[in-house]
Design a protein around this ligand. Sequence first.
Ligand code: UDP
Length: 487
Amino acid sequence: MDSKPHNKLHIYFLPMMSHGHIIPMVDMARLFARRGVKATLILTPLNAAHASKTIDRDRELGMEIAIRLISFPSAEVGLPKDIENHSSITSPEMSQKMYKATELLQQPVENLLEEDSPDCLVADVFFPWASDVANKRGIPRLVFYGTSAYALCVYHVLNQQKPYKNIESDSEVFVLPNLPNKIKMTKRQLPDYLRDGTENHLTKLIEKITESEVTSYGVVINSFHELESAYSELYSKVIGRKVWHVGPVSLCNREIEDKVHRGSKISISEHECLTWLDSKKPNSVLYVCFGSLSYFSNVQLLEIAMGLENSGREFIWVVRKEKKTNEEEDWEEWLPEGFEKRLEGKGFIIRGWAPQVLILDHAAIGGFMTHCGWNSMLEGVTAGVPLIAWPLFAEQFYNEKLVTDILRIGVGVGAQEWCRWPDESKIYVQRKDIEKAVVQLMVGEEAEEHRSRARALGEMAKKAVQKGGSSYNYLSALLEELKLNNN
Ligand code: UDP
């Protein structure tokens, strides 16, 4: 590596263009900048627009942090020009095009590296070419997965040992071998490419990812060691790569403004949201949100509405639907008739994007129904809130077991099968099961046990990022190592 006259590290951060990857990567870049690093985020224009306010504020506070733009090759892959984020896609075909576009980002990223000569590249796992690009320039590439060491271990066991291989039925339970806990799964909870062994664009990408992992310098994880110590050790042993737990990175959002401007533009005012929550008793409100990619059919949404109403609990429910226009004023197919009127003051629907971390941190929130996307799960844990796990796809079914069986901070809603693009006419989880899970999480002795374990983890999370905490120390060690490499 070239010897540099300056002592300040310059680190590039390249997230996959999806909220679940951009949000933590932006937080991570800000965290590094607070620790004296010059941080540069590489984003496409529409994605940068969501992060720019926060980055500007950090710059005003004296941090050396910037965004460099690359254009997203939507037209080249046949996507509409306003699509730059996985949350905007509506079909498997579009998903494939998004991944294709991701491959095409290599040259523009190489050009930026050439211009800026950073000392390190933290690149999302979905850019397997990043290891080669960094190696070519003689700088370390750190991989960011956007998930936990726990999920990476589960994935590794599934992929390498294929414990599902001789299982005949989709609903038969099998145990994952060689893990610190007894984790049970069924084939229905696995993606098609594992279940059927079919080859597609994703399996090819995964192969490249696995190869690039080996040539990377190490892995940065948005998690904290105490949450998953056994898995953290196992993961570095199994993969043979260095691992740094530097999270929860969401804790770098201390001010209300920071918590409000994460991801997309919020669909309600923070003031309205906080006033509503302020009027509620501590731990009385369930927050229901399924991340930035989930898609539910109208029949399933209707079932959720009825389950929530029948539970008798107060709730905030985030639905990824556009706001009603005036012409359709009183009726939306996915809502039971008169629902909002009946539940006025008791149930609050946010159509679009919610200030999730702001909501979770409010004392009125007593539970979180989540799809178990890693960011949401970790944000729930960090806020010390117990969870209802409703996994949909990706590593969410593994995460469900972390919630219910390992950390024991919540209950499952009973989701049984992987569903990225659900059948429009099928109800995957019945209203009675939703109602049961909500009541189980929010009231009674078991609920209190879940809540107190969740609260203890929330405290640990906060300690981890404070001076002398495990994540703080991991980051210090990483930065020291990178500086040594750089001299
Ligand atoms: N999020 C949010 N408001 C919403 C929906 C999601 O702020 O209305 C944020 C959430 O806080 C998390 C991210 O979007 O940081 C979603 O990431 P996650 O890994 O939970 O799920 P994904 O969207 O990748 O499925």
